[in-house]
Design a protein around this ligand. Structure first.
Ligand code: TRP
Ligand code: SF4
Length: 497
């Protein structure tokens, strides 16, 4: 392995950052070629650099290359999903949502109008800004596409990690997140809001989940050390409880749940998916018979009470007989095998196992699904951060001063007008183009046209800035008016205690 100086690595990192945006198929190829690292050797260096990346939910992650998340962490590529989803959101169409875990049941539920839920949490930190709006837009979109909605204010996490008081968490939670979320279109029907610290089902479930997590696992996932305090550790079980909350009996029992987040939250998703399996009494797995190479479903009992497996077996046999299913059940002491095509039998098996498990006081959790969106860059380049006002636009900010910020933000324009005409601009390095792509233009044709004109040198940055600034001002004016109405509607929403 070659060793490189920090200065050289910094230089390379810049190149990777440029390359990152080219991962989006929304961005056309000729631009990608122009910046693609010229030789295999450089690609190798990039790889080395990429491998040094780690996800940490409590540090604003500087994600260098999203493709690493596929290979290293097992996140799946989202690019095929938009075609499966009717009326896909612009974040999906434009590949701003780039990755997922187990999204298939969600795509099926949306397309087939089947029951599912969306859950998200907001840790009170400061003003809600355009980054939070990305999550809020998705929650509202899922509600409009048939999901039950669960939104938690992560005050336990903010107390533990940020040291915020309960009052401060409550105030920020309501003012910054819930009111803006309602103003962006959330409706009270089938919506459940809560504060982690006040939500008994979350606290009880978090405690139960705690019995399945050891310190070694937490330190492997989050890098916790002997210095990490207990409340910080407890906040991870609390977030797992958030994610599993929609599947509790009182909210309708097991169902697919989508958690739309930034990739920095993936450690929590991995922990929760593992916990969902550990909590269940039964494990359903597809296996292959080494003798004939045929696949079958195996149902394994873990901590199931006496007799539960027997009930499953007789339930399955009855179902097979009544419906003439091409299947047979082989029973052993702690497991049963269902011989037959797993694709055709999976739903029947799952629903019988689920019914039996619930009847015996179990959870029968379905592993939660997640999707991962790209982070916006700051208006001045670099990271968008709540603590740097010039880097972001808050949803409660004065619309006129926000418009000024847009006009002052970093573009991908060239040093002079002649150069711009000759070389074209660089929309993929341009925060004004990003604003349009993420928030201010819902029309793909319009956006592609702007992109094309920019690349050809026909467009000047002033035109884009004017357009984005006007739209930003109009959006914020409207949003803030809606916030006033939302404040009055808060009492229509169910708050879980
Ligand atoms: N940890 C998240 C954050 O830092 C907030 C959060 C709490 C959350 N519970 C959640 C996000 C459940 C998604 C799902 O913003
Ligand atoms: Fe960005 Fe528009 Fe300038 Fe192109 S012309 S670099 S898209 S501001």
């Amino acid at each position: 392995m070659l060793i490189f100086s920090d200065r050289f690595k910094k230089k390379i990192k810049k190149k990777i950052n440029r390359r990152t945006v080219f991962l989006s198929p929304f961005i056309d190829n000729c631009q990608a070629v122009r910046f693609r690292p010229p030789s295999g050797c450089i690609l190798y260096i990039l790889w080395d650099y990429i491998m040094a990346q780690k996800l940490d939910p409590w540090k604003t992650s500087d994600i260098i290359d999203y493709s690493k998340l596929f290979e290293e962490f097992g996140i799946s590529d989202f690019s095929d999903m938009p075609d499966r989803i009717p009326d896909a959101h612009r974040y999906m169409r434009r590949h701003l949502i780039f990755g997922h875990r187990n999204y298939e049941p969600i795509a099926d539920a949306v397309a087939g109008h089947k029951p599912f839920a969306v859950l998200d949490g907001f840790m009170p930190s400061g003003h809600s800004h355009l980054g939070h709006k990305m999550v809020m837009d998705q929650i509202v979109w899922y509600q409009q596409h048939g999901a039950k909605v669960f939104v938690g204010i992560a005050d336990r996490e903010a107390y533990a990690v940020r040291g915020f008081s309960w009052e401060k968490c409550r105030e920020i939670g309501i003012e910054e997140y819930l009111i803006s979320l309602i103003a962006l279109g959330l409706e009270p029907k089938d919506t459940y809001l809560y504060f982690q610290s006040k939500c008994a089902p979350v606290k009880d479930l978090a405690f139960e989940l705690g019995t399945k997590v050891t310190f070694s696992e937490l330190s492997a996932i989050y890098g916790f050390s002997g210095e990490t305090h207990l409340s910080h550790m407890m906040s991870t079980a609390t977030q797992a409880a958030d994610i599993l909350l929609p599947q509790l009996k009182q909210f309708g029992g097991p169902c697919p749940v989508i958690v739309p987040v930034g990739a920095d939250q993936d450690p929590h998703i991995r922990l929760t998916r593992g916990l969902a399996a550990k909590m269940n009494m039964f494990l359903i797995e597809e296996r292959t018979d080494p003798k004939d190479g045929k696949s079958y479903l195996s149902i394994r009992s873990k901590d199931a009470p006496e007799g539960a497996l027997k009930e499953i077996v007789s339930g399955l046999k009855k179902e097979i007989k009544e419906n003439g299913l091409p299947a047979a059940v082989k029973e052993s002491k702690e497991h049963a095998d269902v011989i037959g095509d797993p694709e055709k039998l999976r739903e029947t098996v799952r629903s019988i196992v689920e019914k039996t498990e619930l009847a015996h006081g179990g959870y029968a959790f379905i592993a939660p699904s997640s999707s991962y969106h790209r982070f916006m860059t700051g208006l001045q380049g670099g990271k968008m951060s709540s603590s740097k006002p010039e880097s972001h636009i808050a949803l409660t900010e004065d619309p006129k001063s926000a418009a000024k910020k847009v006009s002052r933000s970093k573009t991908g324009g060239r040093a002079s007008l002649e150069e711009q005409k000759e070389l074209g601009g660089e929309p993929d390095k341009c925060s004004v183009f990003e604003l349009l792509m993420f928030h201010l233009s819902d029309d793909d044709d319009e956006l592609l046209q702007i992109r094309k004109e920019c690349l050809c040198g026909e467009r000047v940055c002033g035109t884009c800035k004017k357009l984005a600034a006007e739209r930003m001002e109009a959006f914020l004016t409207d949003h803030q008016k809606k916030r006033e109405e939302a404040r009055k509607r808060l009492s229509e929403f169910t708050i879980i205690q």
